[in-house]
Design a protein around this ligand. Structure first.
Ligand code: ZN
Length: 86
């Protein structure tokens, strides 16, 4: 199953990031927040690319997990582990 990647450059702080989605029309200048500076005034450059591979091949792909969902912190408190599976 293919997906789309909305490629974004924040024009306030220059962060580049990608939104991987099955619903690219939901992600516009009005809906995005910069994850680095928090800017939400539409100051972005956007590109869309259709990707002919399943979304899980992009995220997580072969990446190493560096954090876990917040809802699991209470369940695993004290373990000190940061590994989770999706
Ligand atoms: Zn920014």
């Amino acid at each position: 199953m293919s997906h789309a990647q909305i490629k974004v450059k924040c024009l306030s702080c220059a962060l580049h990031f990608i939104v991987c989605t099955w619903f690219p029309d939901r992600h516009t200048f009005d809906s995005l927040y910069c994850p680095e500076c928090g800017q939400h005034s539409g100051n972005f450059a956007l590109w869309k690319e259709d990707v002919a591979q399943h979304i899980h091949m992009a995220v997580p792909g072969n990446a190493v997990a560096i954090d876990r969902p917040r809802f699991s912190e209470q369940e695993s408190s004290g373990s000190g582990t940061t590994v989770f599976g999706i």
